[in-house]
Write a protein that binds this ligand. Structure first.
Ligand code: TYM
Length: 344
């Protein structure tokens, strides 16, 4: 991290919950942007396992998924020589800062968060205090590293607004100790929708097996899912801005091909839905198959993945420790010198 010409590069911090295999929404809405940001920024990419346990997790599965998350980051093009890759629970300071920030957070603001309301409304859901506190921990993740940019998909926008609110409130009380982060939401495909129900976002936990394209899907599975994707009741391949299945497929096509939606529409002016979907499947396979191959190869060598995490922790910990020290001083926590002598 860092570079020798003395000019400060923006710092980027972001992460993906290690709760299941990465999907096309994560890739197009987030990871692809992260990979590109490595060129001009100092990047920290982490796996928020402490966020994952805000809903019940099988411990062995969480461990497996965390390591798989590292493999996915690497397979998609995150370079451990340039960027820090680490696990949230392995770096001291996330929970400490979250506590202090939480003491500055109005509880009503947390109760109004959309993701909290959605998750809490699920029938039979266990609603732990961690679910309410989730956005405060996320704010701590970001503020702990003085992040300038936070690349995320559209669904995380509200969490970033809260982070900015908290930083502003904290700085107004204690002086300018926290860095104000900027959201960095990818232009197109910041919200990839389910292939089966374009009214909901593509997600890891969708009960419909055809709704989500995973990084680990075979070529045949990818093709099957795109062929079965819902479109609309019209015949034309046009983006009407109506949130239809066709609009979603056009946006996915555009993001995968690196072409504006208008160009994709033109190219498929006379195509049938079937031909369009087949070409989209070809495109997705061309992008995802090499990533899948790398992912499976990386998974065969867990020691290498652990080494990557160890190096990442070494990069992240000094930054986190320095911020916690600064915040603790700002709020008035007593500091003890090395010899145990009290510094007032
Ligand atoms: P998570 O794990 O749900 O998602 C990881 C990233 O993928 C994006 N994403 C999508 N983008 C487009 N279309 C979709 N269907 C789609 N689904 C997911 C998300 O917007 C995200 O960028 N709370 C975060 C994790 C987190 C975090 C942080 C992120 C914890 N602390 C600090 C940034 C900074 C989350 O649950 O993302």
């Amino acid at each position: 991290m860092g570079q020798g010409n003395g000019k400060k590069r923006p710092r980027v911090l972001t992460g993906m919950q290690p709760t299941a295999v990465v999907h096309l929404g994560n890739f197009l809405g987030a990871i692809r942007t992260w990979v590109a940001l490595q060129e001009d920024c100092d990047c920290l990419f982490f796996l928020p396992d402490m966020h994952a346990i805000t809903v019940p997790q099988d411990p062995n599965e969480l461990r497996t998924n965390t390591l798989a998350g590292v493999a996915a980051y690497l397979a998609c093009g995150i370079d451990p020589d340039r960027s820090a890759i680490f696990v949230q629970s392995q770096v001291w300071g996330h929970a400490e800062l979250a506590w202090t920030l939480g003491c500055h957070t109005p509880i009503g603001q947390l109760e109004r968060m959309t993701q909290f309301k959605d998750k809490a409304a699920r029938p039979g859901a266990f609603i732990g205090a961690g679910l309410l506190y989730y956005p405060v921990l996320m704010a701590a993740d970001i503020l702990l590293y003085d992040a300038d940019r936070v690349p995320v998909g559209d669904d995380q926008r509200q969490h970033l607004e809260l982070t900015r609110d908290l930083a502003e409130r904290f700085n107004a009380i204690h002086g300018p100790v926290l860095t104000m982060p900027e959201p960095y939401v990818a232009g197109n495909c910041s919200r990839v929708m389910s292939l089966q129900n374009p009214a909901v976002k593509m997600s890891k936990s969708d009960g419909n097996g055809l709704a989500t394209v995973f990084l680990t899907d075979s070529d045949e599975q990818i093709r099957k899912k795109f062929r079965a994707a819902v479109t609309d009741s019209k015949k034309e391949i046009r983006h009407r801005g109506d949130g239809s299945g066709v609009a979603n497929l056009l946006e996915i096509f555009s993001a995968l091909a690196g072409l504006p939606v208008a160009d994709v529409e033109k190219r498929h002016e006379t195509s049938s839905y079937g031909a369009f979907k087949d070409e989209l499947a070809d495109l997705a396979i061309a992008v995802l198959a090499p990533i899948r191959k790398k992912f499976f190869e990386l998974q065969k060598n867990p020691d290498h993945l652990l080494q990557v995490l160890e190096r990442g922790r070494e990069m992240a910990q000094p930054i986190a420790s320095a911020t916690v020290g600064r915040i603790n001083r700002a709020v008035g926590f007593l500091e003890l010198s090395k010899g145990g002598e009290t510094k007032l």
